[in-house]
Design a binder for this molecule. Structure first.
Ligand SMILES: [Zn+2]
Length: 99
């Protein structure tokens, strides 16, 4: 199991402190094969298709569990970019009054 660290903001947290959680995404064909191989070998690694998220990004991550990890991350990144540009627009708006 990988140590808990948010896949979006890289925030590290402790298990059992309710600072974040593992989110299981839909497995794609490749991941299903990987998971089966791991189970056959009895390998106790990090669960395939499961990713850590801090509380701040947990809700966002959980809206994409119907997608594979790769697809979900495309969406999460897009949302993050949109949020960034929104806050930039708000900043620009306020700065325009200060000129
Ligand atoms: Zn986070």
């Amino acid at each position: 199991m990988k140590p808990p660290k948010c896949a979006v903001c890289s925030k590290k947290f402790r298990i059992g402190k309710k600072e974040g959680a593992l989110v299981a995404f839909k497995l794609n064909a490749e991941e299903i094969v990987k998971k089966e191989e791991m189970e056959k070998k009895g390998y106790l690694g990090h669960p395939v298709g499961e990713v850590w998220f801090c509380n701040k990004h947990l809700k966002l991550a959980r809206t994409y569990t119907h997608l594979s990890v790769i697809e979900a991350f495309k969406e999460i990144r897009r949302i993050q970019e949109e949020n960034k540009s929104n806050s930039q627009r708000i900043k620009d708006y306020f700065y325009s009054f200060m000129k």
